[in-house]
Design a protein around this ligand. Structure first.
Ligand code: HEC
Ligand code: HEC
Length: 279
């Protein structure tokens, strides 16, 4: 509990610290730390199901990481259920949905069926969505969880909630689901999971690559890289927005720039702490 509190407090500190650095679209939202399966059994009312959907939306689903008013990385979702039918009629639409429920479902598992103008992946002319399939990978929502989120989105837009309530049968499905992506539990695991080891040597990295700079000495220099930025702030920025500062004699554009979409806040903090010299 104490550790969790520390993570939350530190995240807030990092986020407040960054509020001044608005040059990049950092998600200014702390998703609830480690995703946990929502308990979904039978005997649940629609109001409860909607409340579960809201929790999944803000927690395990990490939707506000992109869908938030600050970053401008993704459209706001409050009105999505009200605009769904228009989206389906759009000439650019190439999915199969015929109802609001189907449109939201499809948007979550097959985001490129309709890419909202201005929000496509760079260079694809709005044909490819940067949004991950939320039924897979790190987010990995089950069908029931997806339905709960749809119920929540229909409810906040004020349209009829049409998704079915989970039955006793749909609940055990959670256990069958393979844990596709495991949360890293130590800096060492995190460096391996996010493949930092392919390019960097560093603390807790035994065999690292040399495409990027050796991160072993970073703790002593990071605080001096950018005026007004603490070591932790600089390291956080280097990971989330690698091209914001490219070190002397270093080539930019090499390091992946989508770690913000892959990591949980807890994993990011663990990495930053390790690189800043522990603690
Ligand atoms: C990594 C960033 C990211 C995350 C995380 C993310 N989305 Fe998205 N989402 C986007 C972007 C960008 C778009 C706009 C491009 C498009 O239409 O696919 C979008 C589009 C959508 C749309 C269609 C919006 C419209 O107006 O037609 C829906 C619905 C949606 N997302 C739901 C969700 C839900 C629910 C979650 C959480 C379970 C989520 N998204 C998580 C980036 C994200
Ligand atoms: C494909 C290779 C590659 C991967 C993978 C990679 N990096 Fe990098 N990284 C680089 C390169 C090249 C630089 C130097 C250019 C720059 O600053 O963007 C760099 C710079 C950095 C810096 C700034 C160092 C300094 O001295 O200013 C940090 C911190 C960093 N990386 C951390 C990480 C972490 C943590 C991961 C894994 C989550 C990671 N990198 C994954 C290639 C990579």
């Amino acid at each position: 509990m104490k550790a969790l509190l520390k993570i939350v407090v530190f995240s807030l500190a990092v986020i407040c610290g960054f509020a001044g650095y608005t040059t990049f679209g950092l998600p200014l939202i702390v998703p609830e730390a480690p995703p946990q399966e929502e308990k979904l059994g039978g005997d649940i009312t629609m109001d409860q199901f909607i409340a579960v959907g809201e929790k999944i939306y803000n927690g395990k689903g990490t939707c506000p990481l992109c869908h938030n008013p600050v970053g401008g990385r993704a459209p706001l979702l409050e009105p999505v259920a009200s605009v769904s039918m228009e989206r389906i009629k759009d000439p650019r639409y190439n999915g199969k949905a015929t109802t609001i429920e189907e449109y939201i479902y499809e948007s979550m598992v097959e985001p490129s069926a309709m890419v909202v103008v201005g929000f496509g992946k760079k260079g694809t002319n709005d044909t490819v969505s940067p949004m991950p399939d939320v039924s897979r990978g790190a987010i990995g929502l089950s069908e029931v969880e997806i339905n709960a989120v749809i119920a929540y989105l229909q409810n906040i837009a004020g349209v009829d909630v049409t998704v079915p309530l989970p039955t006793g049968d749909s609940a055990p499905a959670e256990e069958e689901e393979p844990a596709e992506v495991k949360l890293a539990e130590s800096p060492k695991e995190a460096f391996a999971k996010f493949d930092c080891v392919s390019c960097h040597m560093g603390p807790e990295i035994e065999e690292g690559g040399d495409i990027g700079p050796d991160l072993t000495v970073l703790a002593t220099v990071a605080g001096k890289r950018k005026k007004g930025m603490s070591a932790k702030q600089f390291i956080t920025e280097s990971i989330l927005d690698p091209n914001a500062f490219v070190g002397p004699e270093m080539e930019g554009d090499m390091m992946p720039d989508d770690y913000a979409e892959q990591m949980t806040v807890a994993e990011l903090n663990m990495i930053v702490d390790a690189l800043a010299g522990g603690k």
